[in-house]
Design a protein around this ligand. Structure first.
Ligand SMILES: N[C@@H](CCC(=O)N[C@@H](CS)C(=O)NCC(=O)O)C(=O)O
Length: 213
């Protein structure tokens, strides 16, 4: 397998965690997003969206979209599972994961921020304000759910990590890239600490990647 990755990409971070949980070590290629390598012809031929991650399987399938990749990994290498055994549990975990991957992360993506500052001329202070605002909006709802729902355990769902934790930890890491007030989010922080105590999560952190700067 070959993973197209970038250390600071939280979507790629999700896939790195899932690979580690499954004990898989892919070949790596690094796409330098800050230098615009995601728009190079070679990469666009592989992934026309010009986003990381991309995973090329041993069978030659080109997989894009981190959640689709994580679910493919989970179906192909089922042990340990990243989704609960029951349908209601899977719906809950996917709902938490999608609240991050669809409703927080895209608003703070590099191309959106570049459009804000470059095309619309939004000043730097407002760019940072935008970045924090959308994380806060998403985290408020996640904190409320995770604090009150009985299915929450040491992790987002019970006592083993799932797809929801795989999305939460990278999103918290993104929030740390700006001065961010974490005090309203004790449940999120407790889950993050439980995740990062596991080597699968800790070893996937941006600072530990070979392309980290
Ligand atoms: N929904 C996609 C999002 C992928 C994505 O947005 N990746 C970001 C890095 S986290 C990226 O490649 N950004 C490049 C850009 O904005 O130009 C997924 O989950 O894989």
């Amino acid at each position: 397998m070959k993973l197209y990755d970038y250390f600071r990409s939280s979507a790629a971070y999700r896939v790195r965690i899932a690979l580690n949980v499954k004990g898989l070590v892919p070949e790596r290629a690094f796409v330098h997003l800050r230098r615009g390598a995601q728009r190079d012809d070679d990469y666009l031929a592989l992934n026309p969206q010009g986003l990381v991650p991309t995973l090329v399987t041993d069978g030659g399938d080109v997989l894009t979209q981190s959640l689709a990749i994580v679910e493919w990994l989970d179906e192909t290498f089922p042990d340990p599972p990243l989704l609960p055994a029951d349908a209601a549990g899977r719906a809950r975990v996917r709902s938490l994961a999608l609240a991050i991957a669809c409703d927080i992360h895209p608003l703070d993506n590099l191309r959106v921020l570049t459009y804000l500052t470059g095309t619309l001329g939004v000043p730097e202070t407002q760019r940072v304000g935008w970045y924090r605002y959308w994380i806060d909006v998403g985290f408020e709802a996640l904190e409320a759910r995770l604090a009150r729902e009985k299915a929450t355990g040491r992790f987002c769902h019970g006592d083993r990590p799932t797809l929801a934790d795989i999305c939460l930890v990278p999103q918290l890491a993104n929030a740390r890239r700006v001065a961010f007030d974490f005090s309203p989010y004790p449940t999120l922080l407790a889950i993050e600490a439980a995740c990062n105590a596991l080597p699968a999560f800790a070893d996937a952190a941006p600072a530990k990647q070979p392309d980290a700067e």
